[in-house]
Ligand binder design. Structure first.
Ligand code: C5P
Length: 227
């Protein structure tokens, strides 16, 4: 099948909007592939940290984006794991430090270009659910269905707080809210691929909504969806 005939559903939105959980569930229900594009940016951020690179050294970061090998696989319990240069870095990738590093390197246009083709390669039959910030605007502008998820900053911080606490990471709700607002501001104001809904995206506010209700709303957009 020519690549452009393979269906793509993009799900963009700010951190904590429920993108990851919703996108994974929708991909599973459709039996489609799933791209966690944020994990690629986080992986480059973490690899840059391991190599002690300066977050102001754009040239070194671009080389790092080209060189970092990222692998996705599910463990025996079906939990997604991410390998960075062969090491399981799943837990490190989830930290706010990795999120902040990702957000900083993601503002460098050449880093974004370096990751472009890698993201497009996930478009494989029978279909792809792509989760990120610029999936509908830059990476898959021809996607058949585009969703932009939002939620209030307070609810997004609370979701992250619960997730991180469950993982035993020590954080404060206030600190998380501050970090989320700072990352949103940086993601929305950068010159290249800023966080914004595609003009043809359906906006869904997930504040106060359960996961299943949102999954159903997204699935309802895709004709012939799995039941
Ligand atoms: O989605 P996640 O929180 O894992 O993304 C981490 C960071 O990576 C974001 O704050 C954003 O700066 C960057 N990112 C991006 N474009 C994407 C996905 C993530 O710029 N498509």
């Amino acid at each position: 099948m020519p690549e452009s005939n393979i269906p793509v559903l993009t799900i963009d939105g700010p951190s904590g909007s429920g993108k990851g959980t919703i996108s994974r569930a929708v991909a599973a229900r459709l039996g489609w592939h799933y791209l966690d594009s944020g994990a690629l940016y986080r992986a480059v951020g973490v690899a840059a940290g391991w190599a002690d690179l300066d977050l102001d050294d754009a040239g070194a970061l671009v080389r790092c984006a080209f060189d970092t090998v990222v692998g996705f696989r599910d463990d025996a319990g079906g939990e997604p794991r991410v390998l960075v240069n062969g090491h399981d870095a799943t837990d490190e990738l989830r930290t706010e430090t990795a999120g902040a590093a990702a957000s900083a390197i993601a503002a460098i246009p050449e880093v974004r270009s370096a990751l472009k083709e890698r993201q497009r390669a996930f478009r494989q039959a029978p279909g792809l659910v792509a989760d990120g910030r610029d999936m509908g605007t830059v990476i898959f502008p021809d996607a058949g269905w585009k969703v932009f998820l939002t939620a209030s900053a307070e609810e997004r911080a609370e979701r992250r707080y619960k997730q991180l606490k469950d993982k035993g990471v020590s954080v404060t709700l206030d600190g998380l809210l501050r970090e989320i607002l700072a990352r949103d501001a940086r993601d929305a104001s950068r010159a290249v691929a800023p966080l914004r809904p595609a003009e043809d995206a359906v906006r869904i506010d997930t504040t106060g909504q359960g996961i299943e209700a949102v999954v159903e709303r997204v699935l309802a957009l895709v004709p012939g969806r799995a039941g």
